[in-house]
Design a binder for this molecule. Structure first.
Ligand SMILES: [Fe+2]
Length: 297
């Protein structure tokens, strides 16, 4: 499977390896606005216009202060085209593989399929439903910063979109993953509650090893969680729901019964489709079990 065809995310908000790479291990106070450096194999690496636009969008986040209105990101017509192309691939995949909680949230948010919606507009809609706000960040942030903000009902979102040459692939979470993945699930009161409880659990966690366990648990639930619905395998994890490739591949994964302890101890490789997924018996049992686990953490 080549990098270009697997249409997955190379890393995400809770990828604990970011704690080691590109950050000073002695630095405790994490900066939520570290700009992502594009690797030489990034699809946009040689596109100077794309890189300039990424920097302009990053500047919005760098200048942003909590509580302010979120400035609009400047998207080009070819970027709106990427958004349309992604919806064309995702809508049938959602019909087949998304859990009903997610599908009802998608309906509630009624997102624009033709133009990339601005964070400010999506944030207003989500806040009116679950109280969660979206705030812009320039790029990936350290897992602790990302997770702790959830305790305050804040979801840190990137605003840039992936390079137009690879509409179905991104090596890092972009506005597609943030909006079609996370923002939609935050329009579920129960999924918003689980996000908030993750943040509160992280706040009570000081040592690196338990923080890694919470990051892995987030990965195997709110990013890559699956469950059974009417006997069928369905996704509730945002890494799956924002990628048609991931949704198509999830049926090939080895399914293990959802067990928060086991998930928190299971390592993963973010550069591949997930070979192991943890499957809950239903949305209700997932919500109850994960909620209880996080409250007791
Ligand atoms: Fe994510």
């Amino acid at each position: 499977m080549t990098t270009q065809s697997k249409q997955t995310l190379l890393s995400d908000h809770v990828d604990v390896r970011m704690l080691v790479t590109g950050s000073d291990p002695g630095e405790d106070r994490a900066d939520r606005n570290t700009i992502v450096q594009l690797d030489p194999d990034h699809p946009g690496f040689r596109d100077q216009e794309y890189r300039a636009r990424r920097n302009r969008i990053a500047q919005i986040a760098l200048a942003y202060r909590p509580g302010q209105a979120i400035p609009d990101a400047p998207y080009l017509p070819e970027e709106h085209q990427v958004w349309r192309r992604i919806w064309e691939a995702l809508e049938p995949a959602h019909r087949d593989h998304a859990c009903s909680e997610y599908l009802s949230c998608i309906e509630r948010l009624n997102l624009d399929r033709d133009h990339i919606p601005q964070l400010s507009e999506v944030s207003r809609k989500v806040q009116s439903i679950s109280g969660f706000r979206l705030e812009p960040v320039a790029g990936l942030v350290k897992p602790r910063v990302f997770l702790e903000s959830l305790a305050q009902g804040v979801f840190l979102c990137t605003q840039y979109i992936r390079h137009h040459s690879t509409p179905l692939y991104t090596p890092e979470p972009d506005v597609v993953h943030e909006i079609i993945g996370h923002a939609v699930t935050l329009a579920s009161e129960r999924l918003a509650e689980l996000n908030r409880l993750f943040g509160e659990a992280v706040r009570r966690t000081t040592l690196p090893e338990p923080l890694e366990r919470l990051s892995r648990l987030y990965w195997f639930t709110l990013e890559f969680g699956v469950l059974r619905e009417d006997g069928k395998l369905k996704a509730y994890g945002t890494g799956l729901l924002s990628s048609a490739g991931e949704l198509a591949a999830m049926g090939q994964a080895e399914l293990r019964p959802f067990d928060p302890d086991a998930a928190s101890l299971h390592d993963y490789d973010p550069t591949q489709y997930q070979p192991v997924l943890f499957c809950a018996g239903s949305f209700e049992s997932l919500h109850q079990q994960l909620r209880d686990y996080l409250v007791r953490w």
